[in-house]
Design a protein. Sequence first.
Length: 413
Amino acid sequence: MLNRNTIEIIKSTVPVLEKHGEAITTRFYQMMFGNHPELLNIFNHANQKQGRQQKALAGTVYAAAQYIDNLEAILPVVKQIAHKHRSLGIKPEHYPIVGKHLLLAIKDVLGDAATDEIINAWAEAYGVIADAFISVEAEMYEEAEKQNGGWDGFRSFVVDRKVKESDVITSFYLKPTDNNEIAQFLPGQYISIKLEIDGEEFTHIRQYSLSDAPGKDYYRISVKREAGTANPDGMVSNYLHDTVTEGQILKVSAPAGDFVLDTEKNTPVVLLSGGVGLTPMLSMLKTVVDVQPQRNVTFIHAAANGNVHALRGEVDALSTLDNVNSFFFYDGPTEEDRHNNSFDVEGYVTQDWLVKNIPTFDADFYFCGPQPFMKSINTSLKNLGVAQERIHFEFFGPKGSLEESVTKEPVSV
């Protein structure tokens, strides 16, 4: 527990963190990786290069300061981040390193404004916050290892099949090399893939949503190729598309993530996706069909055109069921798409379309896709009066704000 004086000092730094948060976290990563380059084997290089990780950590630090007297209020965020940490292999011994360099960065950026009193208060507060993360993550590590088919760290899987799903998306079917049982997962969860790429000094870890239903003897990920290896996001995706072949061994973490379909509810469910955001949505759709055949589900997917629309056949097959409706939006359909009537709507998913086509807004809405798509869907749902507890979403990579007015949402570090 923090004393009242420490809490007041931390709260007094909220305006400073709002203004200088990203400068502090940018400097933090520079200093930490300079002194501990081995941590680059864990952290996402693409998020670092594109500044997403710096912004994410700034949001987390800001939230911690804001709620320092009521940390239970951000417990859902702690759990969300802890899932990511567990899937990456972040352990208790990493926290002192992070704490040390965060305090150094605060002092470096703020200079004389970061008095000894402020630094000491933040050191004390960081200890409390770190203990919360370590405790939650310890439970997650134990659960991941002790569940049926579970394991600790990274396990060897073979690429059993590699299937091109569209011009830009390829699926990888992964089976354990020991042929033993694999851990079950909840629809919407992800796994981490650890790769050693020729010519790269450090390993690369990326998280990919599982795109098939639970209960199989394999995991399936469906990966979008990002443009060019010069693009930080493209290095790993291009390696998977161009270099990884059937029979190759990959290192895989146990499934993780808190963006999951609630199968305890029987309310109608609406699944909305843009681009490769369809991967967790497809897992959710298949799960509803498998375990809740009476639950009504609407599946809405937005893509540029049929050339990049992946896994359509699987959705079409399920759309013949009485409880499933599907709609496809193409914002740049090809002539072949038009000739074959391959889409339902030309353009984007709009609030007006939702009003006219969604049977009830007393449903649970799950959505995932590019940030502009996410912002549009979130705004539409709020405008239509959908209760916050019925809105569920997932960003690939560090989570950003869906609302322009919310500039400091806590997200994964």
